[in-house]
Design a binder for this molecule. Structure first.
Ligand code: FPP
Length: 250
C-alpha cells in the first residue's frame, strides 16, 4: 500500500467517517466514576478526534451523540447529556470555527428546549461557510425516524410516485447534500448498528474496536483508516479481476 512520505496514513482515506461513540459509561464505571464522568471524558476526546480528522484530511465526520432512544435513560444522565451539548457549543464553537469546521445538526430539534434549539441553530449558522471539515452532530437522531420524516416531507410536497427514487429520498434526509459515510466506526466492542444512518450506511464499511470512546485517540483513528484502505468495496458487484471465480452479494 502506497504511503505518504511523512506519515503512516494510506493514500486512500475515507471522505466521510461516522462514529458511534460507545463505551463512555463502562469507561467511567471501570474507574469507579459516575457514568456522566464518562460522557465528560468522551467530550474531551472530541477535540482530539476532530483534530485528527483535519490532519488526515477527512472531509466529513458524523458523531452519534444522542439517539431518539436515549430519552429512556435515567433523567440525570439525559439532563447531563443535554448540558454537555450546550457546554460544547459555549466553550468550543469559536475554536471549531477557527479550525474551519462547519457544524451541522442531524436529528430532531423539536425535542430540545427552545433555548438549546436556538443555540444549535446559531452555531450552525455561525460556521456555515467553513469547509475544512463538515461535522454532523447526530443529536436526538434515529435512522428510522429520519426515514419517516423524509416520507412525510415527500407527501407534504405532493411528489409524484414516478418521481420518487433513491436520489430524491436522499434529499429529504437530514444528511441532504452530505455524501454517504465510507466508514462507520463503533467503539467499545458492541457489534450493532443501533438505528444509525440506516439509509446512508447501506454500503459503508464497518470498523469495530473494543476501545472505549474516551480512549479512541488519533492513533486509534489512524488504525481504522488503515484498515479501511485495505478493504475492497464492491457495492453489490464483484471483486476486481475475480469476475470468473464468484459473484458477490455485498
Ligand atoms: C454511548 O456510551 C455514548 C453516548 C450515549 C453519548 C455520547 C456523547 C458524548 C461523547 C458527548 C459528546 C456530545 C456532543 C454534543 C457531540 P454509553 O453511555 O452507552 O456507554 P456504555 O455502553 O459503556 O454504558
Amino acid at each position: 500500500m502506497a504511503q505518504h512520505m511523512n506519515s503512516s496514513l494510506p493514500e486512500k482515506v475515507p471522505t466521510h467517517i461516522a462514529i458511534i461513540m460507545d463505551g463512555n459509561g463502562r469507561w467511567a464505571i471501570s474507574r469507579g466514576l459516575p457514568r456522566l464522568a464518562g460522557h465528560r471524558a468522551g467530550t474531551e476526546n472530541l477535540r482530539r478526534v476532530i483534530e485528527a480528522c483535519i490532519e488526515f484530511k477527512i472531509q466529513y465526520l458524523t458523531l452519534y451523540a444522542f439517539s431518539t432512544e436515549n430519552w429512556g435513560r435515567p433523567q440525570e444522565e439525559v439532563q447531563g447529556l443535554l448540558r454537555i451539548l450546550e457546554d460544547v457549543i459555549d466553550r468550543e464553537l469559536q475554536q471549531l470555527h477557527d479550525q474551519g469546521v462547519q457544524l451541522r445538526h442531524i436529528g430532531r430539534l423539536d425535542g430540545l428546549t427552545p433555548h438549546l434549539r436556538n443555540k444549535v441553530l446559531q452555531a450552525v449558522e455561525f460556521t456555515r461557510n467553513n469547509d475544512r471539515l463538515v461535522l454532523n452532530v447526530a443529536f436526538n437522531y434515529g435512522g428510522r425516524d429520519e426515514i419517516v420524516c423524509a416520507i412525510k416531507g415527500l407527501l407534504q410536497d405532493s411528489v409524484k410516485i414516478d418521481d420518487i427514487n433513491e436520489t430524491l429520498v436522499s434529499k429529504y434526509l437530514y444528511t441532504a447534500g452530505v455524501p454517504d459515510p465510507d466508514l462507520i466506526v463503533r467503539t467499545s466492542g458492541e457489534l450493532r448498528g443501533s438505528n444509525f444512518l440506516i439509509w446512508q450506511g447501506a454500503y459503508s464499511e464497518w470498523y469495530f474496536t473494543s476501545t472505549y470512546w474516551p480512549d479512541f485517540d488519533k492513533e486509534e483513528l489512524r488504525k481504522a483508516v488503515i484498515e479501511f484502505s485495505r478493504r475492497e468495496r464492491r457495492y453489490g458487484g464483484v471483486m476486481k479481476n475475480k469476475e470468473d471465480s464468484e459473484t458477490n452479494a455485498g
